[in-house]
Design a protein around this ligand. Structure first.
Ligand code: ADP
Ligand code: ASP
Ligand code: MG
Length: 425
């Protein structure tokens, strides 16, 4: 007998009919002889609705983080109760718990709390008594008893953390697509489902914008070696297994693919300082105040200087753009820079693949295929297993599709990818 943690996202619990589907899946696993812990998200759209309500209530003052987290956590609390009621009605003994009730202890960083400890004892007792255990995703409690949340997409992290704490045999993430694809199938209808992907690649894709798994869930799974699988709530299939590097390819396969997938991120904005004196320490003087304001910087480019003057460009999250621009304008005056401007209409496209390590030419093929579509590259950054470029936001679809084709990632089987609300391909 094994222990399985199954996580169901918002669209999988969007109404009672879908919750019945969740209950049937959990009961089938139970009947197959497994112990089952279910982690659920808020019903589809609920976290957004609660966020809007909070902003309406605070009216520009910015809701207090402690109260906002308490409010947002109620979405998941509603779902655990409904799922448990449905399970009981369908004849499966079950019990539900909020994050605080199972002591998912976190730090006090509201809206992005980190899990520090989980007391799995109460869950083990229920499992021992033959119950299905239903736990609220996304929420925890800090040492003062305040309710915290783990950041958008955080139910994935709850599921993986519980699986690690319980020593589960597998953590299954059920969602509205049947696995991890070569890119978001909503943008590229010919995207292909991957049977396997390495933790390292999944971590890069998640951090570069693929929201199919929350980045911290992947980090956790890698660190505690939790076998992790992404599957569809709505159709049968093997899904995608996240694996250790090395067991990436099935035995006997010829070669590791060059590129595992393509991610994009529209949440960044670009800031540029033009005509700033090129003296030692200039980068520190520009970015120091940004760091002091706790604004995270992603990509940075400094041009070679011309007549002792240089241009300096960097990206930040869109939510911090206004603050960063204000700081930069102030710095420009102090440093005697000619001009400061910003651009929120950008997107970062990234290629990810461990195969890149041993292959030259990935970057040039990337640049060639974007050029062939007339797409201008504004910034570039590379690391061992990824290359990212910043382009104008209007090229998101065109650029992603061109790269998908150029790196031979298209699915040629003619299979239909069904995505919630629409049918792609
Ligand atoms: P859930 O509510 O179940 O947590 P999410 O919306 O968080 O679901 O994640 C699933 C979505 O992730 C898919 O509908 C898809 O649009 C998007 N996505 C982005 N990149 C990928 C990818 N590489 N593979 C699969 N889905 C992706
Ligand atoms: N309900 C939260 C969100 O919408 C957490 C989650 O679904 O994982 O982000
Ligand atoms: Mg999610």
């Amino acid at each position: 007998m094994s222990l399985i943690v199954q996580k169901f996202g918002g669209s999988s619990v969007a109404n009672i009919e879908r919750i019945e589907n969740v209950a049937r899946k959990a009961m089938a696993s139970r009947q197959a002889g497994h112990d089952v812990v279910i982690v659920v998200s808020a019903m589809k759209g609920e976290t957004d609705r609660l966020t809007e309500l909070a902003h309406g209530a605070a009216q520009g003052h910015g809701p207090r983080p402690r109260e906002l987290d308490l409010l947002l956590s109620t979405g998941e609390t509603v779902t655990i109760a409904l799922v448990t009621m449905v399970l009981e009605r369908m004849g499966a003994p079950a019990r539900c718990y909020t994050g605080a009730q199972v002591q998912i202890l976190t730090d006090s960083a509201f809206s992005k709390a980190r899990i520090q400890d989980i007391d799995a004892e109460v869950i083990r007792e229920d499992l021992g008594a033959g119950r299905i255990v239903v736990v609220a995703g996304f929420q925890g409690v800090d040492e003062n008893g305040s309710i915290t949340t783990l950041g958008r997409g955080g139910s994935d992290t709850t599921a993986v953390a519980l699986a690690a704490a319980l020593g589960a045999d597998e953590c299954q993430i059920y969602t509205d697509v049947d696995g991890v694809y070569t890119t978001d199938p909503r943008v590229v209808p010919t995207a292909r489902r991957l049977d396997r992907i390495t933790f390292e690649e999944m971590l890069e894709l998640a951090s570069l914008g693929s929201k199919v798994l929350q980045i911290r869930a992947v980090e956790f799974a890698g660190k505690y070696q939790v076998p992790l699988r992404v599957l569809s709530s709505f159709e049968e299939g093997p899904g995608t297994l996240i694996t250790m590097e090395g067991d990436n390819m099935p035995q006997g396969s010829m070669e590791e693919p060059l590129i595992a997938g393509i991610a994009f991120n529209r949440d960044e904005a670009k800031l540029t300082m033009i005509g700033v004196p090129d003296t030692p320490g200039i980068a520190a003087q520009i970015l120091g105040p940004i760091a002091e304001a706790n604004i995270e910087v992603d990509m940075i480019v400094q041009n070679i200087s011309n007549d002792g003057l240089t241009d300096f460009t960097f990206t930040v999250n869109k939510s911090e753009y206004d603050r960063a621009l204000e700081i930069l304008r102030h710095q420009a005056e102090t440093l005697g820079a000619r001009e400061v401007f910003g651009d929120t209409g950008i997107v970062k496209l990234s290629l990810v693949g461990v195969g890149m390590r041993s292959h030259a030419g990935v970057a040039s093929l990337m640049f060639d295929s974007l050029a062939a579509e007339g797409i201008n590259i504004q910034m570039i950054s590379t690391s061992e297993i990824k290359i990212s470029v910043v382009v104008a936001e209007k090229y998101l679809e065109l650029g992603t599709r061109a790269l998908h084709r150029a790196f031979d990632l298209d699915d040629r089987s003619g299979k239909t990818v069904s995505v919630e609300g629409e049918t792609a391909n």
